[in-house]
Each structure stands twice: as structure tokens, then as C-alpha cells.
Write a protein of this length. Sequence first.
Length: 133
Amino acid sequence: MSVVVFRIDRRSGVATYLQIVRQVEQALRMGALEEGDRLPTAAQVAATTKVNPNTTLKAYRELERAGLAEVRQGAGTFITRTLAEPGPGPAWPLRTALDEWLHQARDEGLGAEEVQALFRASFETAYPCGPEG
């Protein structure tokens, strides 16, 4: 059973519920969440992120609408399908290169915020219209 920990960036300009949805989608793509995994309760998310439980419930409803999760009354919200590529598909060499780069950045003394800022700047150069563009 995998566990997802949400990180909310209140300065991002992205609605909080969408940040939760995108983080679940990313965890599904990376294989960190799999079919059958239980998402944290809205109360658990509220305790760790200070997000209103209704915001989390809105995100979970959006995931359910997208066919990625299922709310089971009294049991919680469960992942119903994965977005991960089976096996080491075409993105695997990229993941390996990124992992190596992150380890090198850490070994050279860059902190998490510096790495995120560097990645964000590079990402915005490569994708000037955002992730879909």
C-alpha cells in the first residue's frame, strides 16, 4: 500500500483542489500509487496541509469523475486504475537521467528549494505554455 503526502503551494495560483488532483495523477504516472491504494482521508489531508476537508473531497470527486478513484462509503477513497506505463517503457531512460541529475545536485550542495527553482525555470523554458502546451 502506497502513501501519498500532498504538498500545497498557496502562492502557485493553482486552485488547491487541482493541486491535489495533479499530485495524485503524478503519483499514478510514477507508480507511487497503484490500483487498490487508499488515499488519505479528508481529515488526514487537513491535518497535514491545513486544507479545508471540503477542498480535498472536491479533488477526490474530480478523481472519481476522471475514473481514477472510487469513493466507498465508510471505507475511504481508493485508486481504481494506474497511469503508469507498464514496465520500463520509453520514459524510463529519462527517469534514470533525472534521478542521476537530482542526486548530483544534492551531492553538490543544492537544497530542495534551489533544485525546485532550477527545475521550474528549465521547465518553463521548455514548456512556455504550461504542461499542456
